[in-house]
Design a protein around this ligand. Sequence first.
Ligand SMILES: [Fe+2]
Ligand SMILES: [Fe+2]
Length: 370
Amino acid sequence: MITYPDRNDHILPDLLGAINSIRLYSHKHPQARTSVDRVMERLDQVFQTEEKLAIGVFNDNMLVNRKPVVGVGKVSESMVKVLKEVGIDQIVFLKGLYQEEFTMFLMETFGTGAGSSGFMDYSHILLGRISEDEEKGEDTNVDSVMDLSSSKDFIWMLRNLDPQNPFNFKAVRDLSVDLMDTFRYSATPLKYLAEVKSEDEYTYVHTINVALLSMSLAKHIGISGSELMDIIYAALMHDVGKMLVPKEILNKTGPLTPDEFEIIKAHTVNGVMYLCNQKEIPRIAILAALEHHIKYSGGGYPNITRDWKPHFVSQIISIADIYDALRSNRPYRARLEHDQIMGILRHDAGIGLNPQLVEVFIEMLEGQSN
Ligand SMILES: [Fe+2]
Ligand SMILES: [Fe+2]
């Protein structure tokens, strides 16, 4: 049985029905009128509490108001197909939309002979066009469905998670929504991710993995809302200072010289300097960039004071950081097996890492892999 967990998802089958009716009949045909009425009723309901309704396609998935649509099966598939056929990947309906405008939009976009003169302008409908996005490589004038200029990379990343990755689909979906919210909350991590991807693939994947793992651990201990957003943000930016480390040093296979190690260690302080020059940075992100290599019981780098205790959020990110580094192939060593990594984390609990957090982290990973 089809279920619609999000009230706004109801719009999809009705919208698809209206599109199909316009394709088959004249807009004056009773069938077409009924379908249009139904969508307008849905939209009127939505506009009682919201200013707009955004429908989008990302990597063959439908999104309504930035949330992936679930449980609509074939309707979602058909809608993706229909929108692709006409070269649209986003439709935003704005409050104030009236029936004639909506009917005109359907006829001009999906009706017979549609597309021959390009898309028309509407007062209450904004369209994101596939070809235009690709040509420009940036957002259209639409208030983006997700504010995710690199959403395709993000979804690619989700689909290419390490096979040993413990997340099940539902967990990944929940996490992706939080991650998307973070990107909506600030574009800075996106700009950084785009830059780091072109510079260093490992740091790019590592950064996203650390964000997913930190987010998961934080949620596991009950953190939510704006605090969770700040943690995701901080995790995404924790290694931003590595942008200033020369690639030859970052990817060196042999042992580092003392000078090279100093340059690597400086990524913490350089990260702070980078973040301090950005607008509206959560303070915790600055702190985590500074502290994520400082040990729980003192030591590590940078050397601030011997008894400097990293912030709780930095402690979360440290665990995710070490876990992801150990399970990755690096130029100087092969990836470690899950059990070996768990052994290292347990050994480091209470020394480099917060023991309670390590316990929860291991429970979380092992619980999800069962
Ligand atoms: Fe780091
Ligand atoms: Fe890192």
